[in-house]
Ligand binder design. Structure first.
Ligand code: BF8
Length: 642
């Protein structure tokens, strides 16, 4: 607890580059080029505010900002306690995170509807089988015409943004279609009893904002239940819907080889970095990069090298084997290489600092969607003009090749191979080589026999607060050694790939029992071994992990809370990541975080780390070192034996 108002987080020590993933030469080059990187801004922010850090700062009205000062001010001006403030903050955070995924899903649904109605030729239905399977679950598969099916599926999806109880529906108890067709029955019943089945995504985020304004919901219990509800909005009307739509439009990922890290940038090529989240844009840029390759060659380049940053990277890798050049914290470093003709950004996790960094080089920073940045060129993206915008982007990059400053080029020679494409469909297909009738059987048998101790989803962001320390990589290695299978998404997928953990050779990090299982599955699929860390995609594809967990629960007839499965977001940054974690808690998973800003709100801490276990089975576990995290995670797996 802070004794006085002064912030007390100590100033950080100099970074020891040898123990980090940060390329020291690139950092020094950035300083020479006058490009300011995330780490120097982080230093400037020290010491960071402890009131915010511990969750007890409220600025929801103008009587404040208020903060809880033990022994002096135990309530805000309105009387809100530390727990009310922290739970309100948490609900706002989860709602904001859910909004990102919901907006992402909505864009995709709109695209599918426009395809179905013949209003765009820019996109097609690639995975017809998946569309039909979803239509069947929605009871909309009685049409022969694929476009009619797509139209019906889109309209059912849109219901999840507009359903109004008591207005257009006869009775209450009507809730998200995507939840209804995907979540296990027993959980739907539990969530119904708890009153947390979401009516529609938009109304729930709106209600959450309403509830957390001055003079509204002050009941910690009620606010925490709404947190779970918004977690479900994020999970089903956000992530799962977004993934389903993307698979329908761009294909469901299957096993594919790719490369990762900054060394995937190519000096003789026109390099285009795609950064953000929405494949509607990146798919078109990829298509036009191929079509306009000859124009690039006329400029003296060997061709066009499109690479991916953060989740767009994950999306392009899992479907096309495109290089994952960088996670979010490395995005600035992509520019510092001096070989990037254009960086195209769309939405979410895009540092505004990219404008300053790109201004030190010839790189054109192009914004296209909601993430607009002063100093960047804005080319608004629309479904109807997707082809034109993509073409324009490629030509801007081609014309910019001549402006490269050779004296400013430096590409760190770091790259690793990886396997990607582990959708649920691909995992089941791989397992079906061992048991065609019951693909999950070999996995469950190996878990029961103790050959696989459990499955841990190590996911989420890289946090510059860790200043390059390899928390996620070290945690994963500790888990693999204990025969734990790891699945990953998001920026941690980049980190895992860069560490060489997503290729068959990485079985050297595994305990003997897990190694044998991975070799058996790998060999049955034409690989030396299955990689011990499975790349399941971008952050919206955490839905794939939940889908897989739901499948395991259905198959074993056990609640998720009794399965040896744990999630960890060891370097959590964004509001989205908090929403994803809450979705996992609502499903009954134990979730490890390296710290969440709730520590000075004892009731909130108790609910998340203790009481919740008796309600959904979910539980927050916090540990700030890889060893501490591994120990707690292993204990959770032990308690959740099949
Ligand atoms: O959605 S892992 S920093 S990039 S929030 Fe963002 Fe976190 Fe990276 Fe993708 Ni996810």
């Amino acid at each position: 607890m802070p004794k006085k108002e002064k912030c007390i987080i100590p100033k950080t020590e100099p970074i020891n580059y040898k123990e980090t993933w940060i390329d020291e030469k690139l950092v020094k080059k950035a300083a020479r080029d006058k490009a300011k990187l995330v780490f120097s801004r982080f230093e400037e922010q020290q010491p960071q505010c402890l009131w915010g850090y511990t969750g007890v700062c409220c600025k929801n009205c103008n009587m404040g900002p208020c903060r809880i000062i033990p022994g002096k001010a135990t309530q805000g001006v309105c009387g809100a306690t530390a727990d009310t403030i922290a739970s309100r903050n948490l609900l706002r955070t989860i709602s904001a995170g859910a909004c990102c995924h919901v907006e992402h899903a909505r864009e995709n649904v709109l695209t599918l509807l426009k395809v179905a109605l013949g209003k765009t030729k820019a996109y097609q239905i690639k995975d017809k089988e998946k569309l039909r399977a979803i239509a069947k679950k929605l009871g909309k598969n009685s049409f022969n015409d694929l476009n009619k099916i797509a139209e019906q599926v889109s309209l059912e999806a849109f219901e999840d943004f507009r359903r109004q109880h008591g207005l257009f529906h006869e009775s209450e108890g009507n809730y998200l279609n995507w939840l209804k067709i995907n979540a296990p029955r027993y959980l739907q019943e539990l969530w119904n009893k708890l009153g947390i089945l979401p009516e529609n995504a938009d109304i729930e985020t709106s209600r959450a904002l309403h509830a957390t304004t001055m003079g509204n919901d002050a009941s910690v219990e009620s606010l925490m239940l709404q947190c779970l509800k918004l977690g479900l909005v994020d999970g089903y009307a956000g992530m799962m819907m977004a993934t389903d739509m993307q698979d329908i439009l761009f294909g469901t990922p299957h096993l594919i080889k790719a490369e990762a890290n900054l060394g995937t940038l190519k000096p003789e090529y026109i390099n285009i970095a795609m950064h953000g989240h929405v494949p509607l844009l990146s798919e078109k840029v990829l298509e036009w990069a191929k079509k306009l390759e000859n124009e690039a060659k006329k400029q003296g380049a060997k061709g066009i090298n499109v690479v991916g940053v953060c989740c767009t990277g994950n999306e392009m890798t899992q479907r096309h084997g495109i290089a994952m050049a960088a996670h979010t914290v490395q995005a600035e470093m992509v520019l510092v290489t001096g070989v990037v003709e254009a960086m195209i950004v769309d939405a979410q996790c895009i540092y505004p600092s990219l404008a300053q960094v790109s201004s030190c080089y010839h790189t054109k920073l192009i914004t296209t969607m909601i993430a607009k940045i002063q100093g960047a060129l804005h080319l608004p993206f629309s479904i109807e003009k997707a082809d034109e915008t993509a073409k324009q982007i490629i030509r801007i990059a081609i014309n910019n090749f001549k402006n490269r400053n050779k004296a400013k080029i430096f590409i760190p020679q770091k790259k690793t191979e990886l396997y990607s494409g582990f959708s649920v469909e691909q995992i089941l297909e791989a397992l079906s080589k061992l048991n065609k009738k019951e693909p999950l059987r070999p996995l469950v048998d190996n878990i029961r026999a103790g050959n696989i101790k459990g499955i841990v989803a190590v996911i989420g962001c890289r946090n510059p607060k860790l200043r390059g320390q390899k928390f996620a990589e070290n945690l994963i290695k500790l888990l693999l050694k204990e025969n734990v299978l790891v699945v990953t998404t998001g920026c941690i997928a980049h980190a895992s790939a860069q560490e060489g953990l997503m290729k068959p050779e990485a079985i050297k990090f595994c305990g003997e029992k897990l190694r044998k299982v991975l070799i058996t599955i790998g060999k049955a699929n034409g690989l030396e071994a299955l990689p011990p860390v499975l790349h399941m995609g971008s952050c919206v594809d955490n839905s794939r992990i939940i889908k897989f967990v739901n499948e395991l629960s259905n198959y074993t007839k056990k609640p998720i809370s009794k399965l040896p499965i744990v999630a960890s977001a060891p370097e959590l940054v964004t509001e989205k990541a908090v929403a994803i974690g809450t979705n996992a808690l609502a499903h009954g998973l134990a979730v490890h975080l390296n710290s969440l800003w709730i520590t000075n709100a004892p009731q909130v801490v108790k609910i998340l780390t203790n009481n919740l276990e008796r309600i959904t089975g979910g539980k927050l576990i916090q540990a700030a070192t890889p060893n501490g995290a591994a120990e707690l995670i292993l204990k959770e797996l032990e308690n959740r034996r099949l």
